[in-house]
Write a protein that binds this ligand. Structure first.
Ligand code: GAF
Length: 381
């Protein structure tokens, strides 16, 4: 891919680019916990957004997106959202400048192999790649965490998704062979080896394209905040659902609208699952980890209501296939992939069985990605 994008850039702009690759992510456990200031456990993957970039001495950004065969130009003076995926670039340019950093116009080719709408954070990867590239080209001195926040602000203000910090963090901080236990409040993080040669992380695409903008994602965040506001009357120290113990929630169940109670209870127990999951990983206990994943799916589906028929089918089906230790829907939901931990020798049969069962019911063959955990955003050439 590096050679391909380099060539495309040379042909289009007739000069040498800097090339940056930013990965998508998986999340092993800890879903919808980031904006509740809890913990997450993501890792960067071997699918990336690539940008080839060079300054052009103007105030204009000229973009060519190879995947969509689309080109577009915009001025760095634009301060509000425009249209489509261009908003990711507009938002990053805007928020970098808002921090008092001086950037100039650039020529840019974008390509990538992260499936769009599959819940692997292609949008966070795009923001990470572009922000990282500007930081390098104009020597802005921004840290990886600064860039993650710029990506998150872009989602909030230019795209309209009130997301947490997990995706941008993971794309920028990934480390080969490791997942990251991130405390989304203190921003402290710990790399935990994911070193199981006998197992693979396999993603199965429900082929339902998820879109967090305009979806129920922001509603979930509001419902969590509503729960916190009610509980704070009794426990003023509670700042977010991360601070709530199961017993506190149960004691005040009657005061919460039932749907708010369900949302809060998922988050409160998801924190417990994540902490137990990290301990299990450290003890190389994948069997326990897998059971926690199944429980997370159940909660996401029944209590948090972010699953869909196709994802429920995939998680349920995986549970009955030999060699699968854990499976669940991954990411924001409403479509996208399931994440499955599967014994290496059982992967081929797993793929064949799950594709055929899914096709039998939904008349479409789900794409499958056998992933590796890789390093985060970096200069490739
Ligand atoms: C999406 C969001 F962008 C993340 O911040 C996170 O909330 C995730 O859904 C759910 O865990 O990927």
């Amino acid at each position: 891919m590096t050679k391909k994008i380099q060539q495309a850039f040379r042909e289009r702009f007739n000069k040498e680019p800097l090339i940056i690759g930013a990965p998508g992510r998986v999340n092993l456990i800890g879903e919808h916990t980031d904006y509740n200031y809890g913990f997450v456990l993501p890792g960067a993957v071997d699918k990336r957004i690539y940008v080839a970039i060079a300054p052009n001495g103007t105030n204009t950004v000229n973009v060519f997106a190879s995947q969509f065969n689309e080109s577009y130009s915009f001025s760095l003076d634009i301060t509000s959202p425009q249209k489509g995926w261009m908003n990711y670039l507009l938002g990053v340019s805007y928020h970098i400048q808002q921090q008092g950093k001086k950037i100039g116009g650039v020529d840019l080719v974008i390509d990538g192999d992260i499936p769009v709408g599959a819940g692997m954070s292609s949008s966070a990867a795009l923001c990470s790649a572009y922000g990282f590239a500007l930081n390098e080209l104009f020597q802005l001195g921004l840290s990886r965490m600064d860039l993650a926040f710029i990506g998150q602000k872009t989602e909030h203000t230019f795209v309209g998704v009130k997301c947490g910090i997990m995706d941008q963090f993971a794309s920028l901080h990934g480390k080969k062979g490791h997942v990251m236990k991130l405390d989304c409040r203190s921003l402290e993080y710990e790399y935990i080896p994911f070193d199981f040669p006998g197992y693979k992380i396999v993603l199965v695409n429900s082929m339902v394209s998820h879109s967090l903008a305009g979806s129920e994602y922001n509603v979930r965040r509001q419902q969590c905040e509503e729960g916190v506001a009610i509980l704070q009357k009794h426990y003023p120290d509670i700042k977010s659902l991360r601070d709530v113990e199961p017993v506190q929630l149960l004691q005040h169940q009657a005061e919460l609208p039932p749907v708010v109670f369900d949302r809060c209870s998922f988050i409160v127990y998801e924190k417990e699952r994540l902490l137990a999951g990290c301990e299990a990983l450290k003890k190389n206990d994948l069997a326990t980890f897998g059971k926690l994943m199944f429980a997370t799916h159940e909660g996401l589906s029944k209590k948090y209501s972010v699953s869909c028929t196709e994802l429920d089918f995939l998680a349920e089906c995986a549970q009955h296939i030999t060699g699968v230790v854990g499976a669940r829907m991954m990411g924001g939901g409403f479509g996208g992939c399931t994440i499955n931990i599967v014994q290496a020798e059982a992967v081929d049969t797993f793929i064949q069985k799950i594709q055929s069962a899914f096709n039998g019911l939904f008349r479409i063959t789900p794409e499958v990605y056998v992933t590796q955990i890789e390093d985060g955003t970096n200069i490739l050439s």
